[in-house]
Design a protein around this ligand. Structure first.
Ligand SMILES: Nc1nc2c(c(=O)[nH]1)N[C@H]1C(S)=C(S)[C@@H](COP(=O)(O)O)O[C@H]1N2
Ligand SMILES: [Mo]
Length: 307
C-alpha cells in the first residue's frame, strides 16, 4: 500500500480558533472510523497524520502575529522593529545574482527566475532558536526547482544565500549588530529536499517586507535563523560557506542548526518552546517534527556536534 507522507501540517490542524475546540471532540470519532478501516471524512483530517507520531495540535498562527513579531536585524533588533521600519525596502524590481559552480552564472530578474515553476502552498512549523515558534502558511516554489534551473556543476556541494546590502533601504545595517550582509547556507542535498522552499508569499498574500520580501528561504526542520530573508545572491560552492550567526557566535549557532530538543543552546534549553499565542510551553520535536522527511540526510553525523 502506498501511504503518502504529508510534508506539511494537515489542514485539520490549522483550523481557525472557533472550530478548533469542536475538532477536539471529533478526533475520537475520526480515529474510530480509521480503525474500522473506513475513510474518515476529509474535513476531520484523519486520513493524514501529523509528521511525527506525537500528537500535534498545530493551528495557524494569526497573520497579525506572524507579521508583527519578527527577527530581521537589518531593520532593528526589537521584535516590533521590522514591521515598523521595513517600509524603506523596495522589493521590486529585484534581481538575484547567481554564480559559483553553476552552468551559466548570471544576474536573474526575480520574475524570470521563478517563471513557470510550480507554485506551492505549505503550512510549516517555524521554530526560532530563541525558543518561540509559529505555524505559517507559505506560498512559493521548491528550492530544488530553482536549483534545477540553475544547473549546478557536479562539483557543487553547498549553496550560499546572501541578503541585500543597502543601508538606505535597510537602516539596521548602519549598525554592526551582525557582519553585513546576512549570509546563510545549506548542503546541496539539504537544499534539494522537497521541504525546502523559496517563499514569495504567506497567508495567501505577497510576503510582507518584514518577513523577507520578495524572496526568502524556508527550511522548516532548522532553526529560524537559517531562513534567510530578502535574498539577492545564490552561489554554489564546493566548500561549506560561512554564515552570519555562526560567524557571530560559533558555539551558539551551528551551520546545520537542525531543531533538536536534546541539544541545548549554551544559554537556554531547547527541549521546550513557546508557541506564539499559546499559554503553556510545548515540547520541541526532533527536526521540528520533520524527522521522517529529513532524518536520513544526517545519517552517521553526530547530531550533538552538528548543532
Ligand atoms: N536577512 C535576515 N534574515 C533573517 C533574519 C535576519 O535578521 N536577517 N533573522 C532570522 C531569524 S533569527 C528568524 S527566527 C527568522 C524570522 O522570520 P520571521 O520574522 O518571518 O518569523 O528569519 C531569519 N532570517
Ligand atoms: Mo530566530
Amino acid at each position: 500500500m502506498l501511504i503518502r507522507r504529508p510534508d506539511d501540517i494537515p489542514s485539520s490542524e490549522i483550523t481557525p480558533e472557533s472550530t478548533y475546540v469542536n475538532r477536539r471532540q471529533f478526533v475520537g470519532a475520526a480515529g474510530a472510523l480509521a480503525l474500522a478501516g473506513l475513510a474518515a471524512p476529509a474535513v476531520l483530517g484523519a486520513s493524514r497524520r501529523p509528521a511525527t507520531g506525537e500528537a500535534q495540535d498545530d493551528k495557524l498562527t494569526p497573520e497579525e502575529d506572524a507579521t508583527s513579531y519578527n527577527n530581521f536585524y537589518e531593520f532593528g533588533t526589537g521584535k516590533d522593529d521590522p514591521k515598523r521600519n521595513a517600509g524603506t525596502l523596495r522589493p521590486r524590481p529585484w534581481s538575484v545574482q547567481v554564480d559559483g559552480l553553476v552552468k551559466a552564472p548570471k544576474r536573474w530578474d526575480l520574475d524570470d527566475l521563478l517563471r513557470g515553476l510550480a507554485k506551492e502552498d505549505k503550512v510549516y512549523r517555524h521554530r526560532c532558536v530563541e525558543a518561540w515558534s509559529m505555524v505559517i502558511p507559505w506560498q512559493g516554489v521548491r528550492l530544488r526547482d530553482v536549483l534545477a534551473r540553475l544547473e549546478p556543476t557536479p562539483s557543487a556541494k553547498f549553496v550560499e544565500f546572501t541578503t541585500l546590502l543597502d543601508p538606505q533601504q535597510m537602516p539596521g545595517q548602519r549598525t554592526a549588530t551582525l557582519r553585513w550582509p546576512y549570509k546563510e547556507g545549506l548542503r546541496l542535498d539539504e537544499a534539494m529536499n522537497p521541504l525546502a522552499m523559496l517563499a514569495t508569499g504567506m497567508y495567501g498574500k505577497t510576503i510582507p517586507n518584514q518577513n523577507g520580501a520578495p524572496l526568502r528561504l524556508v527550511v522548516p526542520w532548522k532553526y529560524g535563523f537559517k531562513g534567510i530573508k530578502s535574498i539577492v545572491r545564490i552561489r554554489l560552492t564546493d566548500t561549506q560557506p560561512s554564515t552570519s550567526w555562526n560567524d557571530a557566535a560559533a558555539s551558539e549557532y551551528g551551520f546545520y542548526a537542525n531543531v533538536n530538543p536534546t541539544v541545548d543552546h549554551p544559554r537556554w534549553t531547547q527541549a521546550k518552546e513557546r508557541r506564539i499565542g499559546e499559554f503553556l510551553r510545548r515540547n520541541t520535536l526532533m527536526f521540528n517534527g520533520y524527522a521522517e522527511q529529513v532524518g536520513s540526510l544526517y545519517a552517521g553525523m553526530d547530531l550533538r556536534k552538528f548543532y
